[in-house]
Ligand binder design. Structure first.
Ligand code: PEP
Ligand code: MG
Length: 559
């Protein structure tokens, strides 16, 4: 029996064969070729296919998002045909006698370095284009396969860590649990595991070895312990725990249909966080009152190219209709930082969490933002839609985003396309700037929702992805709680509501504090709804409010 101690990231006990995630092949093999003419012809064929693909992408982008969007693919097309680039490849294949993959990869590095060293910012940005075009040609040459799970039976999935784009493309019916050597509790892999209600352990480090592949493993996502080939006693103990958890869920099921009201009649709305339209089933099964956060970027992560307006419209329409008139907060695209999407061609950044992400990208790429807003407004007639902008720091950003909404509404009216006039607009409070400016921001929007994952990261200067920061990444830190209170006071002074949609919303140790400072809505993973309802129904807020608020504002720590 081998015991691994990691960090519990999503509760529950699961048992199954250990399977290591197969990443798409990216190594380039390097070898000498005998027939250099045939190798050159192989390159030319791959180049022609790439040019054809890029042409089709440019046309698609033009019809859906206009000439600016198409231009990106046209630049890539020109690059794939660029004489200097192609001649360098021809020369190295024909005189060096190397295989096409190795040559394309080498020439791409040379050209990217050359562009990156130029003074002009525009030319520097071409380095990313060279990499992108070469990556496309290389994928055609190598017939690269998508990563995934090539197993007929459901497995416990192991990996170093999974990027959100990898997680989102997994076949969920094949996953019983997760175990990763890296990762952190507020990384998006952990968040997704919780949303899907799948047990997960992160941060197992080098205790997780590939040689264990195929052996039976039990993961306990509550304690962070995983056991490979457990002895009879350990197996029985963990299976009993799984059974107890199942029975506990049955008890919690009795709370379905009951109100989220404290003993002294203080009501709070309990909504759910989702990543895809399919998650609505779990929301309804767990009696979630609405959707407090639909991370729309997962739609983008699931596509190989910009999702079209119609594709997005269908997804938003499905969520709104399935929720049957209950409130649905859809957050506009929040990519960047750990959520990278290849086809956005975002330039490399030294500090991506502080870089071009979320609303910043939308304001800089209005054609992308406009497509999403059109899809959202078109879908708005199918339910109760609220649109939320992420990563706000300034009032002007919100005004610009609202202006885009007005433009989109005008366009739809002119085209005779119906939309609802009742759509509420809100922002995430997830930067210290937004919390500090919440008095001004509250005058611009209909609601606030606090993203405590990022608020903690930015307030405490602690990377949320870095598991080694451990106790330094402390969402209970008084600085974070004070900012939440500040935002709540400013929201209420201005007559708007405030919620929490970060992972902290489900932290039962803070439920009394949240209700005491006036949080109106908590949006949590679907499986956290009933435990949270149980907690709410068990507390009396008025008795502790003054004390909690005093502690929060005094020098007393521990809150
Ligand atoms: C947050 O930052 O708390 C949040 C809800 O957004 P995300 O986790 O997707 O960054
Ligand atoms: Mg966030």
């Amino acid at each position: 029996m081998i015991t691994i101690q990691g960090k519990g990231a999503s509760i529950g006990v699961a048992v199954g064969p250990l399977y290591f995630y197969q990443r798409a092949k990216s190594e380039i093999t390097r070898f000498k070729v005998a027939d250099t003419d045939a190798e050159w012809a192989r390159f030319e064929k791959a180049q022609a296919t790439a040019i054809e693909q890029l042409g089709a992408l440019a046309e698609k982008a033009r019809t859906e998002a206009g000439d600016d969007a198409a231009a990106l693919f046209e630049v890539h097309q020109m690059m794939a045909e660029d004489l200097d680039f192609v001649e360098a490849i021809e020369e190295q294949i024909k005189s060096g006698g190397l295989n096409a993959e190795a040559v394309v990869s080498d020439v791409a590095v040379q050209f990217a370095e050359m562009f990156a060293a130029m003074d002009d910012a525009y030319m520097q940005a071409r380095a990313a284009d060279v990499k992108d075009v070469s990556g496309r040609i290389l994928a055609i040459l190598t017939g690269a396969v998508q990563g995934g799970i090539a197993s007929d039976v459901p497995v416990i999935l192991a990996s170093d860590d999974l990027a959100p784009s990898e997680t989102v493309q997994l076949d969920k019916s094949k996953i019983l649990g997760f175990i990763t050597s890296g990762g952190s509790g507020s990384s998006h892999t952990a968040i997704l595991a919780r949303t899907m209600g799948i047990p997960a352990i992160i941060g197992a480090g080098d205790q997780l070895k590939e040689e264990y592949a195929g052996r039976e493993i039990i993961v306990d996502g509550g304690t962070g312990v995983a056991v490979i080939e457990a002895d009879a006693d350990t197996r029985a103990r963990l299976m009993q725990k799984a059974e107890e958890q199942r029975r506990h869920r049955e008890l919690l099921d009795q709370l379905k249909g009951k109100e989220n009201v404290t003993k002294d009649n203080h009501a709070v709305r309990i909504y759910c966080n989702i990543g895809s339209p399919e998650d609505v089933t779990t929301v309804l099964n767990n009696d979630g009152g609405g959707i407090g956060l639909f991370r729309s970027e997962f739609l983008y992560l699931n596509c190989d190219d910009y999702p079209t307006e119609d594709y997005q419209f269908e997804a938003y329409k499905k969520v709104l209709s399935d929720m049957g008139g209950r409130e649905v907060v859809i957050r506009t695209l929040d990519i960047g930082a750990d959520k990278q999407i290849g086809y956005f061609n975002l330039p490399h950044e030294e500090n991506p969490a502080l870089g071009n992400r979320a609303l910043r990208i939308c304001l800089n790429r209005p054609e992308v933002f406009r497509t999403q807003l059109r899809a959202l407004y078109r879908a708005s007639i199918y339910g109760k839609l609220l649109i939320m902008f992420p990563m706000v720091t300034s009032v002007w950003e919100v005004r610009e985003a609202k202006k885009m909404c007005e433009q989109v509404k005008k366009e739809l009216s002119a085209e005779g396309i119906p939309y609802s006039e009742e759509v509420e607009l809100g922002i995430m409070i997830e930067t210290p700037a937004a919390a500090i400016m919440s008095d001004r921001l509250a005058k611009e929007v209909d609601f606030f929702s606090c993203g405590t994952n990022d608020l903690t990261q930015y307030t405490l200067a602690c990377d949320r992805q870095n598991n080694d920061l451990g106790r330094f990444y402390d969402p209970h830190h008084p600085a974070v709680l004070r900012l939440l209170k500040m935002a709540a006071d400013n929201a209420h002074k201005n007559g708007i509501w405030i919620g929490i949609c970060g992972e902290l919303g489900a932290d039962l140790e803070l439920t009394e504090t949240f209700l005491s400072i006036g949080i109106d809505e908590l949006s949590v993973s679907p499986r956290s709804v009933l435990p949270l309802r149980q907690k709410v129904r068990d507390i009396t807020v008025s008795a502790v409010r003054e004390d909690l608020v005093r502690k929060l504002q005094s020098d007393e720590t521990g809150i």
